[in-house]
Design a protein around this ligand. Structure first.
Ligand code: NAD
Length: 270
């Protein structure tokens, strides 16, 4: 078993805490350290305190360079503003970088691509192993079934979510369209109401539910004549993103420089 020293930037955030707990509890991982910004109020306090547990003798830092230098891999769920700096440090120190931050700028994307020429970078908008498996399964099913089966996607999220359909639902639709040789933008139907007319062959329809504190459910339906296949994923907590990111860090350790996704980590790229 290779034990990795994992650094967590943004360790006082919602995902940062989930990551600290995941690394702390994993037998094959050690916490190399954690950083956050001064405004978080956590810099200088013990990482165990961030977790609400006993002190572990490591304080929250604010020096990302020092963390990238000592860590085997750094996991980053912070803010798009931090992406360029972290990309530069990953490149300079040749440290595995697992990037979960979403909404990065064009400059951030360019910095990520540049870092990936120097070190292994894993980037995914959804790091859950289960969701990425679902995307891979939907892709395989779509390729096998073609447009003879009607593909529909249903997603259900908590009442605070501000966008619809979810990015994950759209990623599922894009994977289905790609597997069937379609242009997703031309076949997606984001809602139906009134007299819609009959369903067109090859459409990918979306339905959205909102309510309560549902973390995120996604269902892909392939409806054929007299038979129906349903693939379902239900998220129970944000720990699934942390566990996926940790798995990505271990997978990427020792890999050549490159920009990888969760499909690579899970062996779903064929
Ligand atoms: P959050 O606001 O709770 O946490 C972000 C943390 O990063 C904060 O503590 C903040 O102070 C810190 N931070 C900001 N700039 C920093 C810097 N330069 N250096 C160090 N720390 C810094 O947000 P969150 O809910 O944890 O989400 C963080 C990011 O992860 C968002 O972009 C979110 O969309 C994304 N996310 C991705 C996935 C996925 O699976 N890829 C899952 C959940 C969230």
């Amino acid at each position: 078993m290779t034990v990795l020293n994992i650094g967590i930037v943004g360790c006082a955030g919602r995902m940062g805490r989930a990551l600290l707990a995941a690394v702390h509890d994993a037998p094959d991982s050690h916490i190399a350290g954690g950083t956050d910004v001064a405004e978080s109020g956590w810099v200088g306090r013990d990482l165990g305190e961030v977790l609400g547990r006993e002190a572990i003798g490591l304080a929250v830092g604010d020096d990302a360079r020092a963390l990238f230098t000592v860590a085997d891999a750094v996991i980053d769920f912070t803010s798009p503003k931090a992406t360029v700096l972290h990309a530069r440090l990953a490149a300079e120190t040749r440290t595995v970088w697992v990037l979960g931050t979403t909404g990065t700028s064009a400059a951030g994307d360019a910095a990520v691509a540049d870092a990936a020429t120097k070190t292994a970078v894993v980037r995914a908008a959804n790091m859950s192993v289960g969701v990425n498996l679902l995307i891979g399964l939907a892709r395989k099913a779509a390729a096998a079934l073609d447009t003879e089966f009607d593909a529909e996607i249903l997603e259900f999220h908590h009442k605070h979510k501000v966008d619809a359909p979810s990015g994950t639902a759209l990623a599922l639709g894009a994977a289905i369209a790609d597997a069937r040789g379609q242009d997703h933008d031309k076949v997606k139907v984001l809602g139906r109401h009134g007299v819609t007319g009959e369903r067109r062959r090859g459409e990918i329809g979306y339905a959205v539910l909102r309510g309560g504190n549902v973390i995120g459910d996604h269902t892909v339906v392939f409806a054929g004549e007299s038979e129906r296949i349903e693939l379902v994923h239900r998220a129970g907590s944000r720990d699934i993103f942390a566990r996926g990111a940790l798995r990505a860090a271990h997978w990427a350790h020792g890999k050549p420089p490159g920009l990888y996704g969760m499909a690579d980590v899970l062996g779903l790229t064929d």
